[in-house]
Design a protein around this ligand. Sequence first.
Ligand code: IYR
Length: 228
Amino acid sequence: MQKTIDYKGFDHELYQREHYGSEPMLERSSAFYQWLDKRRSVREFSDAPVAKAVIEQLIMAASTAPSGAHKQPWTFCAVANPALKTKIREAAEKEERETYSKRMSDRWRNDLAPLGTDANKPFLEEAPWLIIAFKRVYEHDKQGVKHNNYYVNESIGIACGMLISAIHNAGLVTLTHTPSPMNFLTQVLDRPGNERAFLLLPVGYPKDPVYVPKLERKPLGEVSVFYE
Ligand code: IYR
């Protein structure tokens, strides 16, 4: 078997799939679901450190995500610097105070009540790392010409999902924090004009003990329709 072939003028390499019989396939699928089902958004963190080498692997895992035309239109900024975390917390809480008091509808505030969230975001200083995912809307080519990336929201959304799974796999916790508007992160982290903040994920160990809202996930019948 050839390892590489030419396909329409471009190199293609042999894809080595994983082989499972039907029983192990079902067993693995069920075990994976049950393991993912244990993941919870945790809002209270221990300040115990997490090695930079771990964060690097989490970001590499996220960056394996499929993306439009394989442009990988993302930059993950990992912040451990305490002064920067304080700056981010102050700016985020300023926006969140506006959001919770003025921008949110009563209905939205009521929907959030069971989660116990408010404008205070101590996890932005307590978690040892903050990973901020920036989407890269366009790139400059060698001549300095702008080229838009493709399916940027879909691509970075998938990458963030994979990052969240990688964090869970490491035995660490996170939550999806979405201060709105998020453009203060461009200034605080000195990002270039083609990047827009998409999602902020604090990463670390949970406070011990920690409690999370008692939630039910929708059953299969409510989230799927099968056409056979
Ligand atoms: N962005 C705010 C508010 C918030 C909104 C939703 I929808 C949530 O599920 C949780 C929080 C925040 O990050 O607190």
